[in-house]
Design a protein around this ligand. Structure first.
Ligand code: ZN
Length: 153
């Protein structure tokens, strides 16, 4: 198990666009494992590679305990509805806020075996998909807030 350092707000890396993974190498598999360890250790439900300093389109999500979704080069192929719920981010540890997100999304990605997979997420899982995929394009949840940032110490 390896814990990686989480990049925090203010680091310009968080505003960069991540590059697609061209080949799923042992290094990418190690990254997935380390990202899952790091996400769990920080009690998060999702983590994008940029948040551990790697500008690659790789995301892990664990909304349902024990069911880690590993997404390589993910993209949203469909979305519907709207939800306004409270959201936070491991890179913005003391900030929260209500975001505007679709209520349901369909995501396609590669899994660690290089196979195309498709997931449909609603509610929290839909928020997690949108939040983590936004990270790959340098976007943060504070960009889609409706209302003010809430601070929590
Ligand atoms: Zn985040």
């Amino acid at each position: 198990m390896a814990l990686l350092k989480i990049v925090k707000e203010g680091d310009p890396l968080l505003r960069k666009t991540s590059r697609p993974v061209e080949q799923i190498t042992p290094r990418i598999l190690q990254l997935l494992d380390d990202m899952t360890d790091t996400m769990r250790h920080a009690n998060g439900v999702g983590l994008a590679a940029v948040q551990v300093g790697v500008l690659r389109r790789v995301v892990v999500i664990e909304v349902e305990e024990g069911n880690v979704l590993e997404l390589i080069n993910p993209r949203i192929v469909a979305f519907s509805g709207e939800q306004h719920e409270r959201e936070g981010c491991l890179s913005l540890p003391h900030k929260w806020g209500i975001t505007n997100r679709p209520r349901a999304v369909v995501v396609r990605a590669l899994n660690r075996a290089g196979e195309e997979v498709e997931y449909r997420g609603e509610d929290l899982l839909a928020r997690a998909f949108c939040h983590e995929l936004d990270h790959l394009d340098g976007k943060l949840f504070t960009d889609v807030l409706i209302g003010d940032v809430e601070y929590e110490r």
